[in-house]
Design a protein around this ligand. Sequence first.
Ligand code: NAD
Ligand code: TYD
Length: 354
Amino acid sequence: MRVIVTGGCGFIGSHLIRKLLDIKKIKILNIDKFGYASDHSNIDEKLVTCNQSNYHFQKLDLSNKEELISVVENFEPDLIMHLAAESHVDRSIDNPSEFISSNIIGTYNLLEASRNYFRQLDQHKRSKFRFHHISTDEVFGSLGELGQFSEETAYDPRSPYSASKASSDHLVRAWYHTYNLPIVVTNCSNNFGPWQFPEKLIPLVITKAINNEIIPIYGDGNNIRDWLYVEDHVDGLILAATKGTIGHSYCIGGYGEETNKNIVHKICNILDKERPANKSYRSLIKFVKDRPGHDKRYSINSKKIKEELGWDAHYGLDKGLEETVKWYLEHLDWVKKTLEKSNYEGERIGLKSS
Ligand code: NAD
Ligand code: TYD
């Protein structure tokens, strides 16, 4: 099996590649522009123990359509798993153009490269080929106190990030209906775990706390996310890509709903236990100006992927958080290096609109 993973130097993509490298007889091509949040050490760590000739990294921006067409053609993939995207809501508020370029135009270019390649295949290879588009639950908008997102929920994105992802989902479905490109889409809730760039809530809070800096909670802290440990997401991705029905989408969520306030409290509790300081880490919490257009609540109904493909989450929020905090405590050097090379110093972003 020959697999192209786009965005494999990102948080989820690097975990996916680690897991794919455990599968025998698989060749992987990782296409990534190597942006500010990219890192190769997660994969490097794994490559020490497996056959390196099964893995190849190509630094390439999806905006380069000509090069992309030739890379896809030359690699001859059976499967494309498309994760490359700008992924941080706050950055999308300050600089939406990068999101339009990578998430919409980038996906369009990859779809065209895939269509060009797919139409040259013989019948047997065509029947094996899949294009798996990895998306988010944020395309569905914001929930009130009740209800859950499912595959039937109408799209209602509210941030430049979620609108760009919704747009890419629509393009992928259009290439299925119009050109018969065999696609599968997954929409997942918030991921967390080791190797996540410290701009997203959980790694940012851990990093701030360890550095004895203010822990910022947006608004009143009562916004809710449905947290899923990254390894559980990766298991769902591999199932959907290999066993999912062509043309279908699958929602993946952890039944890990929690308010931001409680997530931060849980992290502080773990740190108080693992790395006690003079005062509880909770004393660093500060409620700060809310994010513009802040979605209130996300929650996923994962019934379809559970019943059709046998997926389930194994970690749970508390176990996953404990593992994650411990991992960051053991990898303070990685955090420091990653922040240095990205030019991000933990400053508040996403307020340029106001
Ligand atoms: P990430 O920001 O950690 O990694 C994204 C990677 O994509 C980076 O290495 C970046 O360099 C690469 N990339 C971006 N634009 C590119 C371009 N134009 N050309 C080539 N490479 C490009 O993101 P992540 O958290 O790993 O998310 C991966 C995917 O999963 C995204 O599509 C995201 O929308 C989706 N997703 C993420 C979450 C989450 O909680 N993190 C949840 C659901 C879905
Ligand atoms: P984030 O990790 O950016 O993911 P997303 O916006 O894609 O859900 O944010 C998760 C939640 O945490 C979101 O409600 C915003 C909130 N948040 C804070 O309260 N403080 C922070 O410093 C950050 C980065 C996020």
